[in-house]
Design a binder for this molecule. Structure first.
Ligand SMILES: O=C(Cc1cc(-c2ccc3c(-c4nc5ccccc5[nH]4)n[nH]c3c2)n[nH]1)Nc1cccc(F)c1
Length: 273
């Protein structure tokens, strides 16, 4: 069915992006609640990102996983492109992390296990996300994580330059050095995310890009004395923040890690066995 904007009642803005905003919306016939992302064609053309948008739509429309935000469909009119995205009832994970400062080990392990499963699913479909960070994670109605924003995902393997507009904090050495990279970049990012969930900030944070760059390529990983974090959690992080991409813990092995087994939600561990 060809959707038009008249099929939806538009509600409050949910987020403001570079190319347009996301609104709470309700499809009139079914009363179904969605997040409607409105992108301005003029801005997409100016930034020459139409091809990237098409690729992102292609990728996200075909991925089906409980921890990956659904793209239900899209439509356009003369000046705009509209994306019909899944509505995540509890909003951005980032805001929860800022409010709580950090997550306890059970919360962190549960989130990390669900992300590992979602990324393993992406990799089995030859998709590398490449931009796993709290800002790109949403929380569903039962507290489950949803990966969104496949803006930088590419089909593996790739050495497509990721213009380093965003933060370097999440990039692995091979990307920071502009080398060929594989799905293992997401394994690295999962390690960075685990560290940030437990300590409240990313492991290689530094005043400037150059300093962060140096800390990443030197693997200058330090664990502060506070907050108290278990040795198993630190051991888990060290299995992912490995310079040699081939030596990083495989995502399918995350659920067998001692820290994950001791802390992740038992119902989730039992599932998919
Ligand atoms: O642009 C995005 C990612 C994206 C998702 C969102 C987004 C933002 C917010 C929400 C929310 C949401 N729920 C909330 C509840 C409370 C407060 C705020 C909330 N935001 N649900 N779903 C969302 C989706 N913004 N941008 N994907 C995209 C882009 C191009 C092509 C494509 F196939 C996908």
């Amino acid at each position: 069915p060809r959707w038009t904007i008249n099929d939806f009642d538009i509600g409050k803005p949910l987020g403001k992006g570079k190319f347009g905003n996301v609104y709470l919306a309700r499809e009139k016939r079914t009363q179904y609640i969605v997040a409607l992302k409105v992108l301005f064609k003029s801005q997409l053309q100016q930034s020459n990102v139409e091809h990237q948008l098409r690729r992102e739509i292609e990728i996200q429309a075909h991925l089906r996983h409980p921890n990956i935000l659904r793209l239900y469909g899209y439509f356009y009119d003369k000046e705009k492109v509209y994306l019909i995205l899944e509505y995540a009832e509890r909003g951005e994970l980032y805001k929860e992390l800022v409010r709580l400062h950090r997550f306890d080990e059970r919360t962190a392990a549960t989130y990390i296990l669900s992300l590992a499963r979602a990324l393993d699913y992406c990799h089995s479909h030859h998709v590398i996300h490449r931009d796993i960070k709290p800002e790109n994670l949403l929380v569903g109605g039962t507290g489950e994580l949803k990966i969104s924003d496949f803006g930088w995902s590419v089909h593996a393997p790739s050495n497509r330059r990721k213009t380093l507009c965003g933060t370097l904090d999440y990039l692995p050495p091979e990307m920071v050095e502009g080398q060929e990279h594989t799905t293992a970049v997401d394994n690295w990012s999962l390690g960075v995310l685990t560290y940030e969930f437990l300590f409240g900030g990313p492991p290689f944070e530094a005043p400037g890009h150059q300093d962060t760059y140096k800390r990443i390529v030197r693997l200058d990983l330090r664990f502060p004395e506070q907050p108290q974090v278990s040795a198993e959690a630190k051991a888990f992080i060290r299995k992912l923040l490995v310079k040699d991409a081939r030596q990083r813990l495989p995502l399918s092995e995350v659920q067998n890690d001692p820290w994950i087994r001791a802390n992740a939600d038992p119902a989730m561990l039992a599932r998919d066995k």
